[in-house]
Design a protein around this ligand. Structure first.
Ligand SMILES: [Zn+2]
Length: 164
């Protein structure tokens, strides 16, 4: 459906480790981070920059927090998780995924702002290409999705999230 490419991982790592916090930059609408359409303002929701799967979406609290659990009270934690639930179902419906992966990664040395990856697995993906192989750029590569299509996809996910 879309060609794949290998992003410049050295440049990516440099930006991650020396640049501003990418989530805070997106919240602040920093023009250097234009490639992350926002589909919900409750927590912040945006498509990942180098998607290994079509519909790969990230969810983050708007405020800068780093520990996935420890920087939240239980009640505060449930706020973003409610958004993760809505995003996961919206993405699953939108792209017809056979499974949705949800995980939090990040590093204290870069990409420290906690965020959850919501990653749809296309139906019929061979077993060897599922799970970690479906997630990481080194094995899967990134999908070359035109900007207009990214914007439209984010809007469709946002519309599905609004349905009760
Ligand atoms: Zn931040």
């Amino acid at each position: 459906m879309f060609e794949r490419y290998q992003p410049d991982l050295d440049a990516y790592v440099r930006r991650v480790r020396t640049g501003p916090c990418f989530v805070c930059a997106i919240v602040a609408r920093d023009p250097d981070f234009p490639d992350h359409p926002i589909v919900d303002e409750g927590a912040i929701v945006f498509l990942t920059m180098h998607p290994t799967q079509y519909g790969y979406t990230l969810v983050a609290p708007k405020g800068h927090r780093e520990q996935a659990a420890g920087d939240f009270t239980v009640e505060e934690y449930l706020g973003p998780q409610r958004v993760v639930h809505r995003v996961a179902e919206a993405v699953r419906e939108e792209v017809g995924a056979e499974r949705v992966y949800i995980l939090s990664l990040g590093s204290n040395q870069g990409n420290a702002h906690v965020h959850w990856h919501v990653v749809p697995l296309p139906p019929g993906t061979p077993y060897e290409e599922q799970q970690f192989a479906a997630l990481i750029l080194e094995t899967a590569g990134a999908l070359k999705i035109p900007e207009g299509e990214k914007t439209a996809l984010a809007a469709r996910i946002g519309q599905r999230m609004e349905r009760p």
